[in-house]
Design a protein around this ligand. Sequence first.
Ligand code: SAM
Length: 376
Amino acid sequence: RVKTKWATSLPRYPATNMALQYFDATYSLQLGRLWPSVRCSLLSERKYGALLNNFSDHQAVASDLQEQGCWDFVSPAQLEAPLSPIRPEIEEGPEDVAERSEPKASHGGNQDNSPLSLSSNIRCFVFPRADITRFKSARPDQTRLLGYYLMDAASVLPCLALDVQEGHSVLDLCAAPGGKTLALLQTEAIRFLSVNDSSVARTSRLKNVLHSFVPKHLLSTDRLRVTSFDGTTWSEFERNTYDRVLVDVPCTTDRHSATEEDNNIFSKIRTGERKRLPQLQTDLLLAGIKAACPGGEVVYSTCTLSQLQNQYVVQQALHLARQEGIHLQVVSLQPLVRALGGTFHFAPDLLLGEMVVPHLTANFGPLYMCRLRRLC
Ligand code: SAM
């Protein structure tokens, strides 16, 4: 009789292999002929963006970045000429041109196609397409504030999609380590910002980030609140409150899962946690929807390509919200996609929301986002 092996003596199968096996099985169906090139990009060095810190000596920092050959992809000049390639010699295949996708179908709410106004205060610098130069670490200025925050440039998009206006109250439900919080603060339009993350350790990292980039007087409790609550229970103490809510949920973080063993959600020990993700994401999105005031807006975002964690979660949350008498409208992000199609590669023909897919010449993402407006 062959003795059954103990778990510890079983052959070790790397979590990154598990992740890639899972991605190959699901994304080859979901993305079709795009998948081999997206896979190759996922496994290659990612590209960063430098979110300019408007609270630092930003003009000097911006000039320095420009001298290094970077440009700000959010600047009005870029947005007015979205179709002009950054490097004219690089041609794109027809499948890359996001603006050719047809208008989308309705999804249980009306689809709003009104133009998107972008906050011109958020500025994010990137090296040109196909240029993989790395940014130097940011240096503190005379007031000890850092000049820029390095992050996946696609992560700025949910903050642009949130369309924060002067005097808004904003909730960032899953905020740590704080890249998007910092981008939201760059709008300098927020009356009150509530920042939350259930992880105490990560919330403390977020506080460090805020102190390295934002002047003390803007972090006073009448302007900013940092909490470490379970976001799924948010409606127990606050409902119908915020003009804008960002729900940037935990997900399978595809790029990390495909390349790093450390803290990999595809490791055997985290199987249960991984399988519970869609439920947790739905609960968090529903909590975010309830926290928004009628007329307010919610942006749901992830850094996975998974339909199960993206479109299906949004559909399920819309359904559950409707059962509680909350009706929502899906707001089209096509104006944003058209404006930024020269910088990012967007997945064509998504039924709900928009998604940046990694590409070797623009290795940002994955990033999924969907913008919802509460009608009542
Ligand atoms: N928005 C962040 C940024 O831009 O830096 C990244 C957020 S990360 C994708 C997801 C976060 O959700 C993690 O920091 C995790 O601790 C937090 N989280 C997980 N479960 C949560 C819950 N039930 N309530 C609130 N936050 C949660």
